[in-house]
Design a protein around this ligand. Structure first.
Ligand code: OGA
Ligand code: NI
Length: 363
């Protein structure tokens, strides 16, 4: 409580935009601050007082998100039916699960994490060349994609590789992580296909229903670096949000910090070696007509670090425009149909720090 009253009840007005600009112009992100040896979290990162007070009232609960073993999924029909049932239950209740025995080797997962750490830890001059907020840059690095829109900046830097419209020419991917990233994306896309088949079956649809909707055609690889934080109680690594994707595959290192909202509590998503976290995004909540849940989640800041995580978002088709909406299975549709472009426009034009983009599309 002391920390909160000392640091945050200081209501002095400061020019936040100037501070944001100064931070942005360093092009060195949060890692740059830590390299300089900051011992206090700068104001732009400090969460509002009301949020910090609320945080004190959360209790920790010892619940675990489901871990689903995919072995035998293609070979054994009964096994597949069991897995479909587990995925259905997890997607309805948590909107989150972890998969093991998914056929991406642990060595590739480790190499992918290492190569992202190497990108963020390479010499400043090379890294700064990738710093950009231009959405037309398919490969770019920044700190806080919503830096100028959010209420509070997060303790995190990110390398993004956007393949929503088309493949990225390999030479645009930074050399230090190029080969591993390309290999990882290929395997993650195959795993996404397997999961979309299972999710279709879990919705009692044809196995290829979601793949035929081209749910996985757009992909974005978002590679986070969470430096150690001197005052983790005052900020977050990633603020509370839902993903806009159909599904997201998340690869996290061994440090932990990811939490999912479940029954009004924050529940830790513990790192499991060799596993991949899968979460349902807003688009699949809509297409499933609310049968599956796009859950709120966040990442705590920590004294421990740096933490590395890699999120692969599988999104639908933006161009040419394609209509998306709830499956037509006789039950009343909870949402109207719309294009991905409508969806993204709503996402970017809604009031700051308001979650619940899906609500704009409710019928
Ligand atoms: C995200 C996300 C979690 C993490 O990028 O949307 O939720 O552990 N990341 O970095
Ligand atoms: Ni997320």
């Amino acid at each position: 409580m002391d920390i909160i009253s000392n640091e945050v009840q200081d209501t002095e007005i400061y020019n936040r935009v100037d501070d944001l600009k100064a931070f942005d112009e360093t092009k060195l992100g949060v890692k740059g601050l830590v390299d300089q040896g900051v011992t206090k979290v700068p104001r732009i990162f400090i969460r509002p007082h009301d949020e910090l007070v609320k945080e004190l009232n959360y209790t920790t609960v010892d619940l675990k998100i489901p871990v689903i073993d995919l072995s035998g999924v293609e070979q054994d029909h009964d096994r597949r039916m069991e897995i479909v049932e587990q995925i259905r239950e997890a997607s309805k209740t948590w909107g989150f699960f972890q998969v093991v025995n998914h056929e991406i080797s642990s060595s590739l997962l480790d190499e992918t994490i290492d190569s992202i750490r190497m990108f963020h830890e390479q010499d400043n001059e090379t890294k700064m060349k990738y710093y950009s907020r231009d959405p037309m840059n398919m490969v770019r690095y920044d700190s806080n994609i919503d830096l100028y829109r959010s209420r509070t900046a997060n303790w995190r830097d990110t390398l993004m590789i956007m393949m929503a419209y088309s493949e990225v020419p390999p030479e645009q991917i930074p050399a230090v992580c190029r080969e591993t990233i390309l290999k990882y994306i290929k395997h993650a896309t195959t795993l996404c296909g397997t999961l979309l088949d299972l999710l279709s079956e879990a919705l009692n649809l044809n196995r290829n229903y979601l793949q035929e909707m081209e749910c996985s055609r757009g992909r974005s690889l978002v590679c986070h670096y969470y430096p150690p934080c001197p005052e983790p109680e005052l900020t977050l690594g990633t603020g509370n949000h839902t993903d806009t994707s159909f599904i997201t595959l998340l690869l996290q290192d061994h440090l932990g910090g990811l939490q999912v909202r479940y029954c009004d509590q924050w529940v830790d998503v513990p790192p499991i070696t060799g596993s991949i976290v899968v979460n349902i995004g807003d688009m699949l909540q809509i297409v499933s007509n609310d049968r599956f849940k796009s859950a709120d989640h966040r990442v705590l800041a920590s004294h421990k670090g740096p933490r590395v995580s890699i999120a692969c978002f599988f999104t639908g088709v933006i161009d040419p425009p394609k209509m998306y909406g709830p499956i037509k299975d006789g039950s009343p549709p909870a949402y109207r149909d719309f294009t991905m472009a409508d969806y993204l426009n709503t996402f970017f034009s809604r009031p700051v720090d308001k979650s619940g983009v899906v609500d704009y599309f409710r019928s």
